[in-house]
Design a protein around this ligand. Sequence first.
Ligand code: GSH
Length: 203
Amino acid sequence: MITLYHAPQSRSSRIIWLLEELGLPYEICPVSIFRPMTGLGMADPANPHPDKRVPAILHDGVLVAESVAIILYLTEAYPRAGIGPEAGAPGRGDYLTWLAWYAAELEPVMLAQMAGEVAGSTEKRRSYDLVLRRIETALAKSPYLMGEAFTGADLLISSALAFGRDVFPESEVLDAFIARCRMRPAALRALALDTASGIQKPA
Ligand SMILES: N[C@@H](CCC(=O)N[C@@H](CS)C(=O)NCC(=O)O)C(=O)O
């Protein structure tokens, strides 16, 4: 059994989507988190995440935290859905590269731009330009980052882009990619479940 520790409209929403893509039985354990943007909410003692953040999953007694680790762990453990190339399979290197790229390049650049730190830093400006170029180059060639087929990398990166869309300039390619991913039946089911997953527990 898989338990997802989840706070509505947060980075754990993407893991509901993942679990729906994989077609697995799972339960959602709602937890409260501190929300820096509003200053509301508090860390939940019931949350097993080492930093009391979300997402985290418990799978047969194994705790996994961090979006990238959860996506890699679950797409490996349940390969039948075919959304994460296994070790030795074609596309495996590309898959690992995109997952790591999200955490090491995309997310830091997005947070820096949200904080207004990019314009005044040559290094951050360069990273920003490289990030935008990488994603637009990949999506100019194919509907998904790794080609014709949707993978866990598309799930992760499209959910980040949807959240931080304003960080990047107008781009039909980016908008079409986000829409393509979000219209998937599993994504729509996840959205409904996220909305129904409850108001934060009182802090
Ligand atoms: N790198 C982590 C980031 C997790 C994260 O920051 N989650 C936010 C919600 S979107 C959170 O739990 N914030 C509560 C806090 O910072 O205490 C991941 O992708 O899993």
